[in-house]
Design a protein around this ligand. Structure first.
Ligand code: HEM
Length: 149
């Protein structure tokens, strides 16, 4: 890639993020951003467990999958230690926090199971765990009234 091309790409990338802010996209909480990163990485891992003909060339090695599973586990542990944003400061917030903690603990354990399945190269089991994780996500969001983007 030539230098001018690189500059152009950089300018475009920066330009896009500036435009997003100029259009008043909601400022996200740190929890929101971390949840989104978790979502992205989980999707990447899920795809790497079912490589199609189209993605075969880019499919991850078991070592790369394990590195991603480790990253996911660290991310979810960080998330579990956070507190959901308060909504008014009343007893409802105390309940929200309790709901969050109650659901994040098993989520951390499930991500640890995912890591173990990947370490053992048990692909089918890992796929089942990913399904269970997505269910926990949906149910957790419903319990917390999270509006999906
Ligand atoms: C694999 C599991 C999970 C993933 C990948 C995930 C992903 C996400 C994503 C992408 C968002 C941003 C909103 C959206 O675009 O949908 C979000 C927000 C949120 N999630 Fe999760 N989530 C998971 C599990 C959970 C669980 C179990 C809970 C707890 C009950 C939870 C609580 C929340 C809360 C409170 C927010 C709002 C954060 C804020 O805006 O400050 N999530 N999550």
């Amino acid at each position: 890639m030539t230098l001018p091309t690189l500059r152009l790409l950089l300018a475009l990338t920066l330009g896009f993020s500036l435009t997003a802010h100029a259009h008043g996209e909601a400022e996200h909480s740190p929890m929101h951003d971390k949840m989104e990163a978790l979502n992205r990485d989980l999707r990447t891992l899920k795809r790497s467990l079912t490589p199609s003909a189209a993605t075969a060339a880019a499919s991850a090695t078991p070592k790369e999958q394990l590195a991603l599973a480790d990253k996911l586990l660290a991310q979810v542990k960080e998330l579990a230690a956070m507190k959901p944003s308060a909504k008014g400061g009343g007893p409802a917030d105390v309940e929200r926090l309790a709901t969050y903690e109650k659901r994040m603990q098993p989520l951390v354990e499930k991500f640890a199971e995912l890591r173990a399945a990947i370490a053992a190269e048990e692909t089918n089991k890992a796929q089942e765990i990913v399904k269970a994780l997505n269910k926990m996500k949906e149910e957790g969001h419903e319990a917390m009234g999270v509006e999906e983007d």
